[in-house]
Design a protein around this ligand. Structure first.
Ligand code: AR6
Length: 188
C-alpha cells in the first residue's frame, strides 16, 4: 500500500490505507467506548485479532473518561502495546467540547506512548465511525497536536495514521499535503 510520508521536525508521519490490526509498531490506538466493553469497528477488529485475553482486561479498565488513554499488552497482535482511548460521540451542538475531547485522545495517547518509551505509534481515525465525527473536522485537530509535538518530541519518532476506508485516507492525504511540509510517496 502506498504511504504518504510527511517530515515534521523531529519525527515522521505516515498516512496510508490499511488494517490497523496488521501494523507492527510500538502501539496501536484503539477507539474504545467509556465502558471499555469491546464493541464493533476498530475495537471489534482489535479484539478479534488480539485474541480472547484482551476483553476481560479491557473491561477491567473501564469506565474510562472521554479523551483519556490507557495501555494494555497487545497479545496476538504484531504491535507491542494497545493504547485504548475513548473518542467523543459527535454532537454538532457542542463543537468546542468535541474538539477539546478529540484533541485529548490524540495528545494523551501520544503522551502515554512516550511514557512507555515506545518508538512508534499508529492511530485509526478516532470517532469517525460509529461516533460520526466528520473527518474534515478532525484533521485540523490532529494537525495541531502534531505541530505541538514538534516542541517536545519524545521516544516516539514515527506516527502512522492507518485508514480503513479509501475515502477517509484520501481526505487525510489531501490535508497533510497542504501543510507545506516535505512529503514523499513510498511503496511497501
Ligand atoms: N483498521 C483501521 N481502521 C479501522 C478498522 C481497522 N481494522 N476498522 C474500522 N476502522 P469506529 P468510533 C475505522 O467505529 O467512531 C466501537 O463499537 C473506521 O472506518 O471503530 O470512535 C467502540 O467500542 C473509522 O474511520 O470508532 C465504540 O463503542 C474509524 O476506524 C465505538 O465503536 C473509527 O471508527 C467508537 O466509535
Amino acid at each position: 500500500m502506498t504511504k504518504l510520508c510527511v517530515q515534521f521536525s523531529g519525527f515522521m508521519v505516515r498516512i496510508y490505507q490499511g488494517d490497523l490490526t496488521k501494523v507492527a509498531t510500538g502501539a496501536i490506538v484503539n477507539a474504545a467506548n467509556q465502558a471499555m466493553i469491546p464493541g464493533g469497528g476498530v475495537d471489534g477488529a482489535i479484539n478479534q485479532a488480539a485474541g480472547p485475553s484482551l476483553a476481560p482486561l479491557q473491561r477491567s479498565l473501564g469506565p474510562l473518561a472521554v479523551g483519556q488513554a490507557v495501555a494494555t499488552p497487545a497479545f496476538a497482535l504484531p504491535a507491542t502495546k494497545i493504547i485504548h482511548t475513548v473518542g467523543p460521540q459527535y454532537d454538532s451542538r457542542r463543537p468546542q467540547l468535541m474538539a477539546a475531547q478529540l484533541q485529548d485522545c490524540y495528545q494523551n495517547s501520544l503522551r502515554l506512548a512516550n511514557q512507555l518509551q515506545l518508538p512508534a505509534l499508529a492511530f485509526p481515525a478516532i470517532s469517525t465511525g460509529v461516533y460520526h465525527y466528520p473527518v474534515a473536522q478532525t484533521l485540523p485537530i490532529i494537525g495541531a497536536v502534531l505541530t505541538d509535538y514538534q516542541q517536545q518530541v519524545g521516544t516516539v519518532k514515527q506516527i502512522d495514521f492507518v485508514n480503513y476506508l479509501a475515502t477517509i485516507n484520501q481526505q487525510y492525504q489531501n490535508y497533510f499535503r497542504q501543510l507545506g511540509l516535505p512529503v514523499q510517496m513510498l511503496g511497501d
